[in-house]
Ligand binder design. Structure first.
Ligand SMILES: Cc1cc2nc3c(=O)[nH]c(=O)nc-3n(C[C@H](O)[C@H](O)[C@H](O)COP(=O)(O)O)c2cc1C
Length: 347
């Protein structure tokens, strides 16, 4: 019999997939149009997709974002994803390992990712509010190359059994200053604003994943859990809470950190648009999960390889030879996004 915490992991998985099927995400990056170049003076074969960061050094500007682990079922998915990451050369984050700090039975569901991909780039994951010692434990658990600390106030607020004390800055700062692999501070889908980004930078954060709204929605997922288990009280009015991924990327305008993004990435064009707005790379969770659950591992490998082969073509369409050219690509915003940018003084 698995713990309540393990059951929550299974519920997240099932509900994320059910919601994805019911309402497939429309990326907020649809609100951005890149300007086409008729004379790009480039050769698709020579385009370099590599992420320009010595610590990450990824061959591709997208990775499998944090989702699973903690139960038998989610451990099996970690194994599948890690094998897929190995074959496709993608980096991969595991889901939150906090369960494995309390329940030793859960450790193997994370360790399996390293066993299945001994030399790959693996990212450990833990919620904010943990100690530097615990952060080191989860890094060591999977021999991680980087660590994600997720911030998820809105998810906790909707979750009936969620945290209510959000004094996180001190422990995040301690983790940033103690852990020797890159530490990525990551939102789980409610986006970030300039002030948060500045606070994180002042604490020494070098990697920030602005994780915006428009993809997997944890206000909805937690509300579904509440309604079936604990309470009938709905938080429907929070279903569009937070900044979208596109808005969050605009909020990074004056940032000095290395920016990553997640939330509603569903195509290689979304990857390029996020990069034009300043992201070094993007994480993909719900879309890849759906592909895996619906069509199986071979299909997800094909999907990833298709994205990998399309990306250099898209770089060519905007006249970019590599990542460093992308921030210079001109673009226009939809009227709605433009209004956001103006009101937030981000233009
Ligand atoms: C089933 C599922 C479980 C998730 N669990 C975690 C988690 O444990 N830790 C975390 O940082 N993010 C978690 N996420 C959030 C994703 O990493 C990602 O930030 C979010 O889903 C937005 O990306 P997407 O729209 O591509 O799904 C989870 C997402 C899904 C779909």
């Amino acid at each position: 019999m698995e713990s309540e915490h393990a059951h929550r992991k299974d519920e997240h998985l099932a509900l994320a997939e059910a919601e994805f099927k019911k309402n497939p995400p429309i990326s907020s990056l649809e609100q951005i149009r890149l300007i086409h170049r008729s004379l790009p003076e480039t050769n698709v074969q020579e385009i370099n997709l590599q992420v320009q960061d010595s610590a990450l050094g990824w061959d591709y500007p997208f990775y499998i974002e944090a989702m699973t682990g903690g139960s038998q079922k989610t451990g099996e998915i970690n194994e599948q994803l890690a094998k897929i990451a190995k074959i496709t050369g993608l980096a991969m984050a595991v889901g939150s390992q906090s369960i494995a700090l309390k329940d030793h039975n859960a450790i193997s569901s994370f360790e399996v990712a390293r066993k299945s991909n001994p030399d790959g780039f693996l990212i450990a994951n833990l919620g904010a509010g943990h100690t530097a010692h615990e952060a080191q434990q989860v890094v060591d658990m999977i021999g991680a190359n980087a660590l994600e600390i997720h911030v998820n106030v809105a998810q906790e607020i909707v979750m009936a059994e969620g945290d209510r004390d959000f004094h996180w800055m001190e422990s995040i700062g301690e983790i940033i200053n103690t852990i020797h692999v890159p530490v990525i501070i990551k939102e789980v889908g409610f986006g970030m604003d300039q002030q948060t980004i500045k606070q994180l930078e002042q604490m020494g954060a070098q990697y920030i994943n602005v994780g915006g709204r428009s993809g997997t929605n944890f206000a909805i997922i937690e509300d579904r859990r509440n309604r079936t288990t604990v309470t009938k009280q709905s938080h429907q009015y929070l279903y569009d809470w937070g900044q979208t991924t596109a808005e969050s990327l605009l909020e990074t305008k004056d940032s000095h950190a290395k920016i990553l993004a997640t939330g509603g990435i569903t195509s290689p064009l979304d990857v390029v648009k996020a990069q034009v707005l300043g992201a070094k790379a993007v994480g993909v969770a719900g879309y890849f999960l759906h592909d895996l659950l619906k069509y199986g591992p071979d299909h997800l490998i094909e999907t990833i390889q298709l994205w990998q082969s399309h990306l250099p073509k898209l770089y060519a369409l905007v006249g970019a030879n590599g990542q460093n050219d992308l921030p210079n690509v001109p673009y226009i915003l939809s009227p709605e996004l433009n209004s956001y940018a103006q009101q937030r003084h981000l233009d």
